[in-house]
Design a binder for this molecule. Structure first.
Ligand code: HDD
Length: 714
């Protein structure tokens, strides 16, 4: 099979336009002589209606906006490729997974869920992780999240969930935040959301970078091989840079200092050639095992522990090119879990089934026409031939008189493809059932996997979950909602509920009210089942569910940023040694000084300043290094420097200092708390030594030094 890596790029080239060395024209191609003045009746007179150049320019401008996505409005994307490393033709006939080395072009978009297009990247939220594969057999979309489960079990509840989390309708507040009454009101009445709530209250919801997140297809899908056999499958993306987060205090500060933090991070990494990379893994579950587990494979609030079914890596995705135009590509891309190719099929997960309707429908309102598949970024590289015609903004010029099937006038073309010729045929699942509006009993264990997740976390991670819940519920004004939430939390873990309650100045309710049936009539209430069932779990804790013990984390500092704090008189060799040690490991040192321009070094050289303390903040860096030299006294009296160091310390980052600079850290307000066990504080009396830079970068590769935090969960 031909490698398609560049085929999408060639395809997009047809639509690219570049005005360099060209004359300005109207949309009709008429050259414009004056783009600064409208046509007027006299120098000081009114503008004339006949000014077609003005009218065209203003009219186009008036219509430049399209509706933002109802969810996942805020996002960033990039081009890249997917390469097969371990083909699985025995499980799927999908061509793009069939042979080692096949490269398929992709466009991947990451997003937050609740906020508007202009909202901060660092909101506490689930992250979308959507990949469009431009395969030779058509477009395949894997539209997942960075969390492997979902809030609700049935698509029927999706509009309710989204209405609850979005800004409240009467006053449009708060933006990009779940910390408000309507969200927690809904959640407190939906015990099925508790597993997902554990994930979104964990640091997974505040990633360090899109490049450092796992991705999940969430639902169970089916793979189909060439003899029509099915295997259930769960999709996983494992990041090469490991799975890492920031702290909530840090996230909130980043939101102020640089709300585009993740967007910029993705863009810069690609521009610098630090191409983000993930492995694609699959959990393969034989159809015969469908009912083997203590959870239902069709329930999207459950995951399949990797201890039960290991993840098999099948390939890797590399993002290596930024879009040319945000609107044309990242905004207009239209994902759909229903875009599948032969070899991949759906399961009966009721959340997935509802999604299969929603995504085309939403593109019709967002992109305005059933021809959205013709927009260059959405266009398949596999040829498209059918009898669909017309509609707004149709681009294709279908020739001939035949637009129906069967036909004799067109020789029966375009033909239907036999399955052996690649024609898609749905998996022939036998279904013999009553038509009912009901949820399976096998969906009613809402707490076991929430417990599994919580029990798997380290004390640091547990304490972050407690703090997140204290923050979120602390913003809830209605006392009854807080009480209900404490009741639900106590069913996940008594100690968790007690610690959250302590922060709220409340106590855990003795007998949790089971809010299963709010909103049903009294007659229905009498018959409805009240108690969610607890089912014995075969896996009690899993490292794959933590971030800090996550098996994906191999120590690296690639693409990390270090603030090098300097003043005039800095030791040039210290700065240069650190910079080159970082470059060797694909990381970057950026000079932060009291002023922009250049600083004069101890050897009368000049070093360019990247940021002043006005334009930078330690929350925008992974580590801080204070270089030896003169001018340190002035820095130690500078409140901005103190805040810089304080935040870096508080956020458990590596702080390094050599020579005279060690004294600067030792006089910082947090100095009294420094312990010998804190390997995140790297000091050396020997300025710029190789041993020092080596120790500094090795410490950075551990990401953070959580032991610095007080009151860890225990
Ligand atoms: Fe969805 C967008 C992921 C449930 C309806 N969804 C959207 C995007 C992602 C997800 C990543 C952004 C796509 C992009 O980058 O353009 N959604 C999920 C996951 C779900 C899920 C992982 C559960 C497992 N979604 C879900 C349900 C429904 C929708 C149950 C409706 C019944 N989702 C939509 C939507 C969006 C969307 C309204 C908004 C914009 C768009 O589709 O293109 O149709």
């Amino acid at each position: 099979m031909e490698n398609l890596q560049d085929e999408k790029q060639r395809d997009l080239t047809i639509n690219k336009s570049d005005g360099t060395n060209k004359y300005l024209t109207t949309n009709q191609g008429v050259s414009i002589n004056d783009d600064n003045n409208s046509l007027k009746a006299g120098e000081r007179g009114p503008s004339l209606l006949e000014d077609f150049i003005l009218r065209e320019k203003i009219t186009h401008f008036d219509h430049e906006r399209i509706p933002e996505r109802i969810v996942h409005a805020r996002g960033s994307g990039a081009h890249g490729f997917f390469e097969v490393t371990n083909p699985i033709p025995q499980f799927t006939k999908a061509g793009f997974l069939s042979e080692t080395g096949i490269k398929t072009p992709v466009f991947t978009r990451f997003s937050t869920v609740a906020g508007s297009r202009g909202s901060t990247d660092l909101a506490r939220d689930v992250r979308g992780f959507s990949v469009k594969f431009y395969t030779q057999e058509g477009v395949y979309d894997l539209v997942g999240n960075n969390v492997p489960v979902f809030f609700i079990q049935d698509a029927m509840k999706f509009p309710d969930l989204v209405h609850a989390v979005k800004p409240e309708p009467h006053n449009e507040m708060p933006q990009a935040a779940s910390a408000h009454d309507t969200f927690w009101d809904f959640i407190s009445l939906m015990p099925e959301s508790m597993h997902m709530i554990m994930w979104v209250m964990s640091d997974r919801a505040i990633p360090r970078s899109y490049r450092m997140m796992e991705g999940f297809g969430v639902h169970t899908f089916r793979l189909i091989n060439d003899i029509g056999e099915a295997t259930f499958v769960k999709f996983h993306w494992k990041p090469k840079l490991g799975t890492h987060a920031v702290l909530w205090d840090e996230a909130q500060k980043i939101s102020g200092k640089n709300p585009d933090f993740h967007r910029e991070d993705l863009w810069e990494a690609i521009e610098m050639g630090n191409f983000p990379e993930w492995e694609l893994g699959v959990q393969l579950i034989p159809v015969a095992d469908e009912n083997k587990y203590e959870f239902d494979l069709l329930d999207p609030t459950k995951l399949v522990p990797e201890e039960l079914v290991p993840v098999t890596i099948v390939g890797r995705m590399v993002l290596n090119r930024n879009p040319d135009n945000f609107f044309a590509e990242t905004e207009q891309i239209a994902f759909h879990p229903g875009h599948v190719v032969p070899g991949i099929d759906f399961s009966n997960d009721p959340l997935l089934q509802g999604r299969l309707f929603s995504y085309t429908d939403t593109q019709l309102s967002r992109l305005g026409s059933p021809n959205f598949h013709e927009i260059p970024i959405n266009r398949s590289v596999a040829p498209v031939h059918n009898n669909q015609r017309d509609g707004q903004m149709r681009q294709e010029i279908n020739v001939g008189r035949v637009s129906y099937h069967p036909n004799s006038l067109g020789g029966g073309c375009p033909y239907q493809a036999a399955v052996a010729q690649g024609g898609f045929s749905s998996f022939e699942e036998r279904i013999d059932a009553h038509k009912i509006r009901q949820r399976s009993d096998s969906f009613s264990d809402h707490f076991s996997q929430a417990k599994l997740f919580f029990n798997s976390q380290t004390d640091t991670e547990k304490s972050h979950i407690v703090k997140a819940l204290r923050f979120e519920l602390g913003k809830v004004e209605t006392m009854a909602i807080r009480v209900r939430m404490l009741g639900l939390l106590s069913q996940v873990d008594q100690q968790l509920a007690a610690k959250v309650a302590e922060g709220l100045g409340m106590s855990v309710p003795p007998k949790p009210e089971m809010p299963m049936n709010h909103g049903v009539s009294p007659e229905q209430e009498a018959t409805a089942s009240q108690e969610p069932k607890a089912v014995e779990q075969s896996v009690r804790a899993s490292d794959a569910l933590t971030m800090l013990r996550n098996p994906t984390n191999t120590p690296t500092i690639a693409s990390r940023k270090v603030a090098i704090i300097c003043n005039d008189g800095v030791s040039e060799s210290s700065v240069m040694n650190m910079k080159s040690a970082l470059i060797k490991q694909d990381a970057k040192g950026l000079v932060v000084a009291p002023h922009l321009g250049t600083i004069v070094t101890d050897t009368d050289g000049a070093i360019a300043v990247d940021f002043s303390f006005l334009t930078a903040s330690s929350v925008l860096f992974d580590a801080v290094y204070i270089a030896d030299g003169q001018g340190l006294n002035e820095l130690s009296e500078n409140e901005d420097v103190q805040e810089f160091l304080n935040d870096a310390y508080k956020h458990c980052k590596v702080i390094g200092a050599d020579g005279e600079a060690v004294a600067l850290v030792s006089s910082a307000p947090f100095a009294a708390k420094i312990t010998n066990e804190d390997n995140g504080l790297v000091f050396s009396s020997e300025p710029g030594s190789a041993a020092f830079t080596q120790e500094f970068t090795a410490a950075m590769a551990q990401h953070r030094f959580w032991d610095r935090e007080e009151n860890l969960f225990n």
